[in-house]
Design a binder for this molecule. Structure first.
Ligand code: SF4
Ligand code: SF4
Length: 299
């Protein structure tokens, strides 16, 4: 851990020189920000909170300072500004300098400890304990459909019991998904109808395949009817997007490697993903797998 600075950064830098950047932070990406502020009007947290620290420019500045040891990664104010970011990336589309804000934020979160007990629990239970484990996911998916069929979420909301339950918000306000019973897994290959145009892989995903299995099934059918061979890996994989967004870098890297392996050797022309978040995460495997040059190249 680098020695922390006094607030007189200028004098410290004059005295000690520019500190070495924290490992795990790509300073070239951080330095892409020219602090012009054109992204500020696009940022929902800046528009709501009117605080520079909750703007993309402010966050880039703080990440730079933390990376150089001028602010501690576990400083509660730094943590608050970093975790208040939705990682929605609206700032990226406004940025004239091509800052990869999402990638920088994920690197910063990987260095920033969870803010409180609830965050630690979400990481342990959901991101590490559930999503990477297909069998547990199947049980969770069954529970999700059963509780919705029994109208349990409405009961929890009416009684207010969700407020004192662990993960009560998830139980009382479940995301909307398929309510019909889940059908059998998609076949390893759905062959193209008529003339074959290409061979594609379909990422059925983790939560996605429990909650939107019908969408995956219809996607495979539509692709096949339009001349695509659709390959679904036998190993059910999570792309690692949620782990990556939350700063669980090791879990994200492991899941990225598993996803790469699941599709490798299939001679695919493309990988199709229904969930936009999973798709954009997979496009960044090159960054996430920088510790694994072989898979990084394949990514
Ligand atoms: S990712 Fe979204 S919330 Fe975060 S700084 Fe950019 S625009 Fe704001
Ligand atoms: S992120 Fe881009 S738009 Fe925002 S301040 Fe930096 S360079 Fe300007």
């Amino acid at each position: 851990m680098p020695k922390l600075a006094t607030l007189d950064f200028k004098r410290q830098i004059e005295r000690d020189g520019v500190p070495a950047a924290a490992p795990g932070i790509d300073m070239d990406l951080v330095r892409d920000c020219i602090h012009c502020g054109l992204c500020l009007p696009k940022c929902p947290t800046f528009r709501a909170l009117h605080h520079e620290g909750d703007s993309p420019r402010g966050r880039m500045w703080q990440i730079k300072e933390a990376s150089l040891g001028l602010v501690a990664f576990d400083d509660p104010r730094f943590q608050a500004h970093i975790y208040q970011c939705f990682n929605c990336r609206a700032c990226e589309t406004a940025c004239p300098s091509g800052v990869q804000f999402g990638a920088v934020m994920e690197m910063a979160r990987a260095m920033t400890p969870p803010q409180n007990r609830r965050d630690r629990m979400v990481r342990r239970v959901l991101l590490n304990g559930l999503l990477p484990h297909p069998r547990r996911l199947r049980i969770a998916g069954w529970l999700y459909r059963a509780t919705r069929a029994a109208r349990l979420p409405a009961l929890l909301r009416r009684s207010g019991a969700w407020k004192i339950m662990p993960l009560g918000k998830f139980a009382a306000f479940p995301p909307v998904g398929d309510t019909s019973p889940r059908q059998a897994a998609l076949p390893a290959l759905t062959p193209a109808h008529g003339t074959r145009r290409a061979r594609v892989g379909l990422l059925t995903g983790c939560i996605q395949d429990e909650m939107f299995h019908g969408t995956n099934r219809r996607t495979a059918r539509a692709l096949a009817q339009n001349g695509y061979d659709v390959v679904v890996p036998s190993a059910r994989v999570c792309c690692g997007a949620l782990a990556s967004h939350a700063g669980e870098a090791k879990t994200a890297e492991r899941l990225a490697a598993q996803t790469m392996d699941a599709f490798s050797g299939q001679e695919l022309d493309a990988v199709i993903v229904n969930a936009a978040g999973c798709g954009s995460n997979m496009k960044e495997y090159q960054l996430q797998l920088r510790g694994d040059p072989q898979r990084q190249e394949a990514g």
